[in-house]
Design a protein around this ligand. Structure first.
Ligand code: SAH
Length: 372
């Protein structure tokens, strides 16, 4: 008897043999979240020894700037008590740790805040618990799998590289209208998958209203749009501010990519072994939020946002060794600063969008020249 093949690829092949090609969204969901073999279940993705590195893992300055942003927004909202501080997809808990240290300047804020973490991966939830337990006066968050479970209330929300991890459907425009791109088994190679175009409209095709030029390619994340709508609705009902930081699409076309050990990888090879992500369509998020009656700020480049919040000054202080320092050399701090802010590194590719209640004007980070 041949041994049971326990790879995720073999499970996906079985799914396809039984039910036909999968949507790209279904494939991504299996690759990232399959309960026993998905990427977030198995691997430790972040940091220098992981598959990819995110802004908070590059430097403590990133979380600190976001901490300052949260404090400022809270004050501009009239220092409400209680205030919910929600982080979507906290990874290893690094951003929240750095943010939390900054809030030590306001006992009033710390007394008012209730931290809610939205995390689907049990492995990462354990890492987050551990990371936060190392802090002086650690916070006491509550974990949820979905934003919809968080109670109502005035909200500050932060999401760094969360939306890019959500499954997308892909469509291409042809003579007969939009058709969905699907994932099928490759008949020539049992270890690979291949893309095929669905011959007829699939249920997801209904997300697209009009036809377009032949050959145009579009990605839509129903989950991303649903979460953005939920954020905007909460803010419109209960007031607050949300900050979304993510890598953005440079233009039309498909953006699904896989990264493993800091190298690009074919998304259709060895699912579950590499991180999958898609560029975030900030235009879609922004127009959806605007229609919900809340204010939208940005998107603007991550570099401009961090500079406007004072990251250069913070870097200088760290180099003089004042305050908490997670790093140990001036060179490190300089190269981290460049990586986060320079246009050809993360400064332009990563965008920042804020969704706030309409009373919030002169939003920190978004008003370089005209803040009061
Ligand atoms: N914000 C972190 C991690 C980004 S990776 C950082 O910047 O370092 C994406 C994070 O979102 C991970 O924590 C992942 O487990 C979580 N995640 C992905 N999809 C999710 C979903 N559908 N629901 C809840 N969390 C999710």
């Amino acid at each position: 008897m041949s041994p049971i093949n326990r790879t995720l690829a073999s499970q996906i092949r079985r799914l396809i043999k039984i039910g036909g090609p999968l949507t790209v969204a279904h494939y991504m969901n299996e690759a990232l979240h399959n309960p026993s073999l998905g990427y977030y279940k198995k691997r430790k993705p972040f940091g220098k020894n992981g598959d990819f590195i995110t802004a908070p893992e590059i430097s403590q300055m990133f979380g600190e700037m976001i901490g300052a942003w949260c404090l400022d927004c809270w004050q501009k909202l009239g220092s409400p008590n209680p205030i919910l501080l929600v982080e979507l997809g906290p990874g290893r808990g690094t951003l929240l740790s750095d943010l939390w240290r900054v809030t030590s300047v306001s006992k009033e804020f710390r007394d008012a805040v209730q931290i809610c973490l939205i995390e689907k991966s049990p492995t990462l939830k354990t890492l987050q618990q551990h990371q936060l337990s190392l802090l002086d006066s650690p916070p006491s968050p509550v974990w949820y799998e979905n934003l919809s479970e968080v109670p109502d209330g005035t909200i500050l929300m932060v999401a760094n590289e969360f939306f890019d991890a959500l499954p997308v459907h892909q469509f291409v425009s042809g003579d007969a209208g939009w058709r969905e791109r699907m994932v099928d088994c490759d008949p020539d190679d049992p270890d690979r998958f291949r893309y095929v175009i669905a011959p007829n409209p699939t249920p997801a095709t209904s997300y697209l209203s009009e036809s377009s030029d032949v050959g145009e390619e579009v990605e839509i994340s129903p989950m991303g749009l649903t979460i953005a709508l939920e954020v905007a609705t909460r803010i419109s009902k209960c007031r607050g501010a949300a900050l979304i930081v993510d890598f953005s699409s440079k233009g039309a076309g498909f953006s699904l990519q896989a990264v493993r050990e800091h190298q690009y990888h074919d998304p259709l090879v060895a699912p579950g072994e590499a991180d999958l992500a898609c560029a975030v369509n900030f235009e879609q998020l922004s127009s959806l939020a605007t229609k919900s009656g809340v204010s939208v700020h940005g998107p603007l480049g991550q570099g401009e946002f961090l500079r406007s919040l004072g990251i250069d000054r913070r870097a200088e202080n760290l180099m003089k060794n004042t305050g908490f320092d997670r790093t140990n050399s001036t060179n490190d701090i300089n190269s981290q600063l460049r990586r986060l802010t320079e246009p050809h590194l993360m400064g332009e590719l990563f965008k920042v969008l804020a969704i706030t209640s309409n009373e919030l004007r002169n939003l920190p980070g978004f008003c370089a020249n005209d803040c009061e």
